[in-house]
Design a protein around this ligand. Structure first.
Ligand code: GLV
Length: 309
């Protein structure tokens, strides 16, 4: 019972092999060879082609193969009553935290500036703020954002977070709602985006947002490419409003070869790898979700379709 859309890499092949090993009594089927659609009860989905999920009349669960579910909810023909769950193995957030921490520390240590200076063979020590002055803002305090914010705080950085609804997280200065958005941004030396992609958050990384940050702030986007208005980022880098950007997600993936981000001196590109679930964790997570369907136990990380996450 498996529909998967981008059979790109060994990760996916290995995932199927391990699932088959763990539960050999399940008839696993890989898209597009799904046989009779009426027999499919659970779909594991990652960017399913629009219109495919409605093909299965007896679905009991759609399980996103990632923490994000925008790739499922964007399908307007999605069957209305089937529960959707997200894949959030515990360690995924820790992986995300590693990625974010290394990018934040690179911002603080001015790695992009020193890379430029090295090219020019210039020995030019630059000012680096101390940890308390260097405020990191995390956009989105859900399953991922909360853990990332806490990890950043454990290495002594001052961390603030913003979410749609009020949150309380020890050690994190929490802001919420549209009214507090600019106050939140006004002190962020680095803005880390971990929001889910919804109609409310699409395009949130825009000129207005960048303008509300302190001069020469950094952007780290590990949410979705569609959060970012790419032309606004290029302008903000050109004007110096932003000093650099670490981008793991893009409007079009893979990032087209001719895209200006590839060669931009102040942009670091990685190919959507900030939090790829370790296979063992993902397998455990999927096996557990299936067991919950089989035994009628409550599902974990169910998605609220109205909220979009
Ligand atoms: C990755 O992008 C995910 O949604 O987990």
């Amino acid at each position: 019972m498996l529909a998967e859309i981008e059979p790109t890499d060994t990760w996916f092949t290995e995932l199927i092999a391990r699932l088959k090993q763990h539960r050999s009594n399940i008839d696993w089927r890989v898209w597009p060879e799904v046989g009779d659609p009426k027999e499919i009860e659970i779909v594991l989905a990652w960017y399913p082609p629009l219109g495919t999920l409605q093909m299965f009349p007896n679905l009991k669960l759609i399980l996103s193969l990632g923490a994000g579910v925008d790739h499922i909810l964007q399908d307007s023909s999605l069957p209305p009553d089937v529960p959707i769950a997200r894949l959030v193995p515990n360690k995924l957030a820790l992986q995300m935290a590693d990625y974010v921490m290394q990018s934040v520390l690179a911002c603080k240590c001015r790695v992009i500036d020193y890379r430029d200076l090295q090219q020019l063979r210039r020995w030019n020590p630059l000012f680096t703020p101390n940890r308390y002055q260097f405020i990191v803002g995390v956009l989105g305090l859900g399953a991922m954002g909360r853990i990332v914010a806490q990890r950043l705080s454990t290495i002594g950085l001052s961390v603030r977070g913003w979410s749609q609804s009020p949150k309380e997280i020890e050690g994190i200065d929490c802001f919420f709602g549209n009214e507090q958005f600019n106050a939140f941004l006004s002190k962020c030396c680095v803005l880390v985006n971990l929001l889910p992609l919804t109609t409310a958050t699409k395009g949130i990384l825009s000129h207005a947002t960048f303008a509300a940050l302190p001069q020469a702030a950094y952007l780290i986007n590990v949410g979705r490419g569609q959060h970012l208005i790419e032309a606004d980022l290029l302008k903000a880098l050109e004007s110096g409003q932003l000093a650099g950007a670490y981008l793991d997600v893009f409007n079009t993936e893979p990032l087209p070869r001719e895209h200006p981000f590839w060669s931009h001196p102040r942009i670091v590109v990685t190919p959507h790898v900030a939090a790829v679930g370790a296979l063992d964790d993902v397998v455990d997570y999927i096996i557990d979700a299936i067991a919950r369907i089989e035994t009628g136990s409550p599902l974990k990380n169910l998605v609220d379709r109205n909220q979009g996450y």
